[in-house]
Design a protein. Structure first.
Length: 231
């Protein structure tokens, strides 16, 4: 006699980048076992696990490779909330040396876009560069490296177009060598403008406030980006 099939609950969230509604379900036991291997995985494996879990738990309805990293991070944290617990335990280090145990609710997480941030960067009075947000693989990889070439490669991969008042050169119509030659022709100040795009890109943020039981100081700290959250 066949065993009964269990109904899995579904939930809905809003994608930060587009405002579109997205249905998802919690991790099942088999997927939670995969999640437990993340602490021992290398960067590329972590990105793969996140991608695959998000994909299957959103019913394969989104193009994971095309979503900006902050969308994936936001979805993943909500999957964790509905699968494990909405509450995350963290330790806040007070300046007096006391370690304060506190918690926050994942559903309070916000994706913050700094004022003035734009994906269109004017490198001089005439020429601008339009950039795509990096995906989760690129962000996980770049976070753990100080390799300058990887930074340049990330910028090259993120270029959507180069434009001026009269023309629009799509990156997909250029070779990597042509784009690289263009980037290498920038001044340090112009290149710094491109780097700032990634530094100020939208990210998941949680503000944590707690009072120190030892010295009484009111501590306010922020967790930013998936790598700073316990998942």
């Amino acid at each position: 006699m066949a065993l009964p099939k269990l109904e899995t609950p579904t939930y809905e969230l809003t994608l930060p980048s587009t405002g579109a509604k997205l249905r998802f379900r919690p991790f099942l036991v088999k997927e939670h076992k995969i999640l437990l291997t993340m602490s021992e995985a290398d960067n590329s494996e972590v990105a793969r696990i996140i991608r695959e879990l998000v994909d299957v738990c959103t019913f394969n309805t989104i193009k994971i490779s095309e979503l900006p990293h902050f969308d994936i991070e936001y979805i993943f944290m909500h999957l964790r909330a509905k699968s494990i617990s909405e509450t995350v335990e963290v330790i806040v280090n007070c300046e007096c040396g006391e370690k304060i145990d506190t918690t926050f609710n994942i559903e309070d997480l916000k994706v913050v876009k700094p004022e003035g941030h734009s994906n269109k960067i004017m490198i001089n009075d005439e020429i601008g560069i339009e950039l795509n947000y990096p995906n989760i693989d690129d962000v996980v990889d770049i976070f753990a490296t100080d390799d300058n070439q990887k930074v340049i490669d990330l910028i090259l991969k993120s270029i959507k177009a180069i434009y001026n008042q009269d023309e629009y050169w799509s990156a997909k119509d250029q070779t990597k060598e042509e784009l690289e030659e263009f980037i290498f022709s920038l001044t340090k100040t112009q290149f710094d403008k491109l780097e700032q795009f990634f530094v100020t890109a939208p990210k998941i943020v949680q503000t944590i406030e707690c009072d120190c039981p030892k010295c009484g100081k009111h501590n306010v700290s922020k967790l930013e980006g998936l790598q700073n959250f316990f998942v």
